[in-house]
Design a protein around this ligand. Structure first.
Ligand code: FAD
Length: 378
């Protein structure tokens, strides 16, 4: 049974590392990079050049999975083929785990003039700009505008705040002026109020200007145009614009009977298969999986990993002729790092209670979730 796993992110790598060499199961993992990216730590790489990748090949020992280094160009579910930079391959079973791309919402100029934070290349480009902006020869604007005050935006601004304070102290040059712009009324809408208040205090302590209720209308080489809820639009000059305000699923899969939901996510059944194409699993950020109440499962590394582990086990079950198990999402907690040893978040307790945490303990919990992920794939 020829099985292809597309993408070695949190979802795809979890599938591959669950597998054990099994007669009759011929599995290849197709990925454009020879390494796995800890996407949840890209903000650290953007500010501090932290190493956030891990070579994939050693992780596949004992799994029976072979690695194919190739860029996927398109997937045709009706023809059961995958076109890659290396040629066209057919499959019996397919797992699509190609993650998401930035959604610029067609805001004029944004895709052309804003950086994004989805890859190590993006992180390096931001890191290089921060360094350049702290050289005496730099004459551009010292304003850095981050659009989108969700998890990624908030984690990024706090790391940049630490980095600019450090560089300014060393060079004697002024710090960057950091603006966090959000169209909605509050930052981190998924968090409870007390954690949001704590986060706001931390951001204020870093001198970060938080502009909630400001819609980013346009980006240009000079800066951004913002529309506040009331009053005139305002022009904010910027030396650097970074957009973390939205994602959408990769638009790479074709199929006459393919059903997609909001943000291009592919509708899947309880076993994470595409209903009209039961040989195809879609998992991670690309999938529109639902919980038992019918609510869409969040696009997070935590859920991508859970879906991957289940799919790996389900592939083994299929090879043995056993029944597939259904996906039951389990949100164990959420932690937002706020630079250095500071974080906020909550963890799930029995009977669906939540334990809110701030400071060093939340930071340790955040690190623990990253450590658990590494343990699960190594
Ligand atoms: C800065 C940042 C911080 C975050 N923090 C958190 C957090 O604290 N907690 C949390 O739970 N989630 C967090 N997330 C979200 C989380 O990273 C994603 O939900 C998660 O990565 C989704 O996993 P995935 O496997 O679906 O996709 P990905 O991890 O994005 O993996 C997709 C894989 O497919 C490969 N690929 C893509 N296109 C192609 C192609 N055409 N050809 C070949 N290969 C391809 C990619 O190289 C990649 O390896 C954060 C995201 C960002 C950007």
């Amino acid at each position: 049974m020829k099985t292809l796993i597309l993408g070695a992110g949190y979802a795809g790598l979890a599938v591959a590392t669950q597998l054990k060499a099994t007669p009759g199961l011929d599995v290849a993992l197709v990925e454009q990079n020879p390494y796995h990216t800890f996407e949840t730590r890209l903000h650290e790489a953007a500010a501090h050049n932290t190493q956030v990748t891990l070579p994939i090949a050693p992780l596949l020992r004992g799994t029976g999975v072979t690695m194919e280094l190739a860029r996927i160009i398109s997937v045709d579910l009706d023809a059961k083929t995958v076109e890659t930079s290396q040629g066209v391959e057919s499959y019996d079973k397919l797992v699509i785990a190609l993650g998401s791309v930035t959604n610029f919402y067609r805001i004029p100029g944004l895709a052309d003039f804003a950086s994004e934070l989805k890859s190590t290349e993006d992180a390096s480009e931001i890191y290089d700009w921060i360094n350049r902006a702290h050289q005496a020869s730099y004459t551009g604007s010292r304003n850095i505008v981050i659009g989108g005050a969700g998890l990624t935006g908030v984690e990024l601004v706090t790391e940049i705040a630490q980095r600019t304070a450090d560089l300014s102290g060393r060079t004697g040059l002024p710090k960057l002026n950091i603006y966090l712009v959000e169209a909605g009324p509050k930052i981190l809408p998924v968090l409870e109020e007390s954690l949001r208040e704590k986060t706001m205090k931390v951001l204020e302590g870093y001198d970060i200007q938080v502009l909630t209720g400001h819609r980013l209308m346009k980006a240009s080489p000079e800066g951004v145009t913002l529309q506040p809820l009331e009053g005139e639009a305002l022009e904010l000059p910027a030396g650097k614009i970074i957009w973390t305000g939205g994602i959408q699923a990769q638009d790479i899969v074709r199929g006459e009977k393919l059903e997609k939901g909001p943000a291009n996510r592919v509708v899947v059944d309880r076993a994470l298969r595409v209903t009209a194409y039961p040989d195809v699993f879609v998992i991670g950020d690309m999938a529109l999986a639902k919980d038992s109440e019918g609510k869409p499962v969040p696009t997070t590394a935590q859920h991508a990993g859970q879906q991957g582990r289940l799919t790996g086990k389900n592939l083994m079950r299929l090879a043995k002729g056993e029944e597939l198990k259904a996906y039951e999402p389990n949100t164990l907690g959420e932690f937002v790092s706020l630079g250095g040893l500071m974080a906020v978040g909550w963890m799930k307790l029995p009977w669906n209670q939540k334990l809110a945490m701030t400071g060093g303990i939340a930071h340790i919990m955040k690190r623990a979730t990253e450590w658990r992920w590494r343990q699960s794939i190594e």
